[in-house]
Design a protein around this ligand. Structure first.
Ligand code: SDX
Length: 445
């Protein structure tokens, strides 16, 4: 077959450069520009990487135009309807759905690693009680790297990788629930081996020593689907953060802590918390139009949180599935008419018919409904991104594992377009002028 390639012509000197085109199993082709700098002496410029493929991967595929999300080839709708979170974890990590026997063994391993080393519990008391739970999670997940260190484990080996993978998947719910309990001033609740993944997580979040929390089927289903729908999403900001950290060979627990930090941002995983805060700000249906105008105003920083996506330029398929479980849960707890849910539905209806949002292809994303489900489950906004971090841990660690096994992997070290000073003569301090700097004003003379 004829070699597929592109020719780039530098019109300043007529020089031509040829680069190969690579095709994947689905989605856009890529131009292999690995040798671009060595051939042309120039860098590529793509801040935000909206036109850049950072790697090749077999784990997740998104077709943004057609609202398609596949995990190892399986549609997210099928996985959400017919599978459960541990099974999706197995699929993301191993490339295939587990047999019944393998699923039981996999779950058994996770079940027997849900406890934390007792000394880790002491880290919590170092945080202010009013800390954002994501600040606690960054610290506690990072601390795991001191309990699973290179002294004891070789994380470049198959065995070492599986220790990191199994401990992270097993312990994130325990750590997250403890961050919530710490914020309430309530005692930590230990995991119970007889409960399944989502049940155990809800138990640790809501039981107290005096009162066992028995989650309803709708709550367990809602949590399980939330975890599945947030599990992995190609090379998003937090996954790329984990992989950039991992590309230097850093401890996988420390890499996941970096992913927690990136997910926290309101433009990314922090959006579900921002959606509820936005709905509370809008407060009533008659205020929706005013806020839609603010969202469209270039001079107004207000954005419609839970809308828009870097890749989905159509409906986020996850929002579709979540909407259904949101309905089921609210119906079951007889809160179907909670003003927040009604307001969210009305906002979605108005935004989807607004020419600006249609033109910009801004549809509800996964975060639009996840916040309402989490609120219906009884969690405060500050815990929403923590639940997202629990779910996304399998995506982070699956993509980390794939990266460590790839022959293409090198330390990630982007270059830049430099616009700074070129040549300055050194000036002795007694010849330098005073400049008023805001950061110096706070210092008392
Ligand atoms: C997640 O990457 C992933 O896969 C992320 C995620 C995952 O699973 O990992 O899917 C999870 O992070 C979902 C996104 C959650 N974030 C939000 O809901 C925050 C609100 N959304 C925006 O911040 C924004 O839409 C982003 C960050 C999600 C995407 O931004 P892009 O692709 O960089 O697009 P952009 O900011 O350049 O916006 C394009 C245009 C702009 O107008 P112009 O400058 O072209 O005139 O659309 C406008 C923006 O002003 N726009 C919005 C908007 N989002 C984009 N206008 C109003 N409200 C919004 N929400």
């Amino acid at each position: 077959m004829k070699k597929q390639s592109v020719i780039i012509i530098d019109k300043r000197n007529g020089k031509q450069y040829e680069f190969d085109i690579k095709s994947g199993s689905s989605g856009p082709d890529v131009v292999d520009l690995t040798s671009f700098y060595s051939k042309t002496g120039m860098f590529l410029y793509d801040p935000g990487f909206s036109s850049t493929a950072s790697c090749s991967s077999e784990i997740t595929f998104i077709d943004g135009e057609n609202g398609l999300l596949l995990h190892r080839g399986y549609k997210i709708e099928d996985l959400a309807e017919k599978s459960d979170y541990p099974e999706v974890c197995y699929l993301l990590l191993n490339g295939e759905l587990p047999s019944r026997e393998n699923k039981i063994k996999f779950i058994n391993i996770l079940t027997h690693h849900t406890m934390l080393h007792e000394q880790i519990l002491r880290f919590y008391s170092g945080f202010r009680r009013d800390s954002h739970p994501m600040a606690v999670m960054v610290g506690i997940v990072g601390a795991l790297s001191s309990f699973y260190s290179e002294k004891t484990y070789d994380f470049s080996s198959k065995e070492g990788k599986w220790v990191a993978i199994s401990r992270l998947l097993a312990k994130l719910p325990t750590m997250a629930a403890m961050a919530y309990k710490y914020s309430l001033g309530q005692p930590f609740i230990y995991p119970k081996n007889e409960l399944n993944y989502s049940e155990n997580f809800l138990h640790m979040l809501f039981s107290t020593p005096g009162q066992e929390y028995i989650p309803t089927k709708a709550s367990i289903d809602a949590m399980d689907k939330l975890l599945i729908l947030h599990a992995d999403h190609e090379q998003n900001a937090s996954t790329s953060t984990v992989k950039i950290a991992g590309s230097s060979g850093a401890n996988p627990f420390a890499c996941v802590a970096a992913g927690v930090a990136s997910l926290w941002g309101p433009a990314h995983g922090g959006a579900n918390e921002s959606v509820i805060r936005m709905l509370n700000l809008i407060e009533k249906e008659e205020n929706i139009k005013k806020y839609i105008l603010k969202a469209k105003d270039k001079n107004d920083p207000f954005r419609l949180m839970g809308f828009g996506h870097r890749v989905y330029k159509n409906y986020d398929p996850r929002a579709n599935v979540l909407r259904k479980y949101c309905h089921n849960l609210l119906k079951e707890i007889d809160s179907f008419n909670i003003p927040l849910f009604r307001l969210a539905n009305k906002l979605e209806e108005i935004a989807l018919n607004d020419s600006y949002f249609i033109k910009k292809k801004l549809y509800p994303n996964v975060d639009f409904y996840s916040g309402i489900i989490l609120k219906a489950l009884g969690l405060p906004e500050s815990m929403f991104t923590v639940i997202f971090a629990v779910a996304r841990t399998v995506g982070w660690i699956s993509q980390w594992k794939e990266m460590t096994e790839s022959t293409e992997t090198k330390i990630n070290r982007p270059r830049q377009l430099y616009n700074g000073n070129t040549k300055k003569e050194f000036v002795e301090i007694n010849k330098r002028k005073n400049k008023k700097e805001f950061f110096l004003s706070e210092l008392k003379n």
